[in-house]
Design a protein around this ligand. Sequence first.
Ligand SMILES: [Fe+2]
Length: 338
Amino acid sequence: MVVDRERVKSEFAAYTDRYDSSDGKIKLKIDHTYRVADICERIAKSLSLSGKDTDLAWLLGMVHDIGRFEQLKRYGTFSDAQSIDHAHFGVELLYETSVAENDMSDEMQAAFGQGIAQEKDIEEISLKRDRMDSSLEEKSGNNIGNTEKLSEAIFLENFIEISPDEEEFQIIKTAIWNHSAYRVEEGLDDRTEMFCHILRDADKVDIFKVCQDTPLEVIYNVTTEEVKQAGVTDKVMKQFFERHAILRSVKRTPVDNLVGHAALVFELVYPESLRLAREQGYLKKIFDFESDNPQTMEDFRRMRECAAEYVREKCGALNEKMIMNSNEGAPRGVYLVQ
Ligand SMILES: [Fe+2]
């Protein structure tokens, strides 16, 4: 595998140019992508990975949300619950034909659905892809205006030189597939699991930023009134105090989503990720959310304390020198949320 970063960036830009970047939501995901790639690289370097593996980590950031653009175009939302699993859809776009839904056999779709596509599936897909490539060329040449299908065509090989025999071919697929899942699938080898965690950590760290920069109204298609009046669902509170990510299925209100974002701190795996989140101060800003609902304000106050305590404990396990150097001797663990 060879990662030519300029080629990756220009391919990504060419792909996203097919969508309307004047739409704030598209712009949001473009910017998020570049930042996640940078954060992946920082985490990889903190782990002293080789140059090649650092390139792979960076690449994961660049392609992880490729499914978002078509998701928004088709469904008008980033809510996976209301549309499709964007991570799995991204894998389909990169690893299958451009009209995968219509063109794949049920068996192949099932194999991909379970993340267990075998080599023979890959060969079959390659054949289908070849046919699709020529079909798309014909369509483009004839300018028949089939933009629905043309706009979604994007293949992993457009970004990098890679063959299905290479280890990275599967690592990239598995990392994208798992990047927004509640938990990483079990049974992965250590190396694949590490890349999954690098990508997931980087994504989470940047979600803190997105929450700060982008109003909930825009992210979740809700009105300001709904956001200001919303309460936190009991099950969401319960899961937050259990100190883990909030299950998608229990979120009901706009502020549940905000709590869901904050709870991602409990899932960060690498010290560099906590350090970045702390350095950026984003979690603090999530908890600065001001509601018109007194109960919500009280709930947020309690959650802020819970998160602060967690970070204190977690940072206690981190490298002392790193913590003290980056915060001028302030008490440990307070940086994320206070
Ligand atoms: Fe994503």
